[in-house]
Design a binder for this molecule. Sequence first.
Ligand code: SAM
Length: 333
Amino acid sequence: MSLRLPQIRHDACDELAALCKAGGDPLRLNVLRVLANDSFGVLELAQIFAIRQSGMSHHLKVLAQAGLVATRREGNAIFYRRALPQGDSLGGKLHGALLAEVDELELPADVAARVAAVHAQRAAVSRDYFARSAEKFQAQQDLIAGLPQYRESVLALLDALSFAPGATALEVGPGDGGFLPELARRFSQVTALDNSAAMLELARQRCQDEGLGNVRLDLADALQDSAEPADCVVLNMVLHHFAAPADALRQLARLVRPGGSLLVTELCSHDQSWARDACGDLWLGFEQDDLAHWADAAGLAPGESLYIGLRNGFQIQVRHFAKPDSRSVLTHR
Ligand SMILES: C[S@@+](CC[C@H](N)C(=O)[O-])C[C@H]1O[C@@H](n2cnc3c(N)ncnc32)[C@H](O)[C@@H]1O
């Protein structure tokens, strides 16, 4: 006589229990808090919470099994970010409510300080790269995508926006200044800010060679130093050099005047991790949805987008985001 084993049934309750269990730990709640608009590798999270990597891996596994975090492979590294609540599916409302409550929490000061330290480490990698690589900038850029490959697409979006006479532009991270002549032709005043003195010197030479009289070059960090808002803010292949891109987009959105535009040219998500060493990239491109989500959180509305496939397999996204004009919002109410 054969013994019938009870069939193991995956009960919906198990899923809810996993969600409750994952949320039932202060450290895991704080992990969700720091992932609010950032993604970190397991080593970074272990540093931020001052625990061993094996302990952090355990907590991340619990969060992943409950569907609270998702992973993204970046070359050899795995980055963790929040998973989005699926409102209609089981646990979706609980998940959404949990994140809403978590976002009300104040991060412990020591944790916040270590998040800032991780961001500073990432930013230093990017700064060192541009300080060392100015003279071979063009060759390194061309390994992935150079301005000639996206210039026309950015101009197509720019020219479709028809800015008013007297409008101003701000280019963040102009590199060797290759796009500045285009901006100088279209705007009455252009400011370019770069935190690399070596790169800014290349841009200065370009402005001088081309006799651009309406471009001001500032040695400044786009995220730490103040800058005058402009009608059009341009960010060509810069976001993947920022330590915390979602946060960066929120800060840069403040530099767009109401009714103005932010143009972002970026690589689409890729898995070529050699780009970190060869081109100083901190992020291997971005998912289109992530950019849209971060822009939305920054109070920007999506406009037109263009996508460019390159023969080397990389793909570029050229995105327009608009900042609502507060006056027109008021008059239309
Ligand atoms: C890959 S280059 C892009 C250059 C140019 N926009 C282009 O499309 O060829 C990135 C530039 O952003 C600058 N950059 C990186 N982080 C910055 C920051 N926090 N503030 C200002 N500039 C930054 C770098 O120094 C570099 O010139």
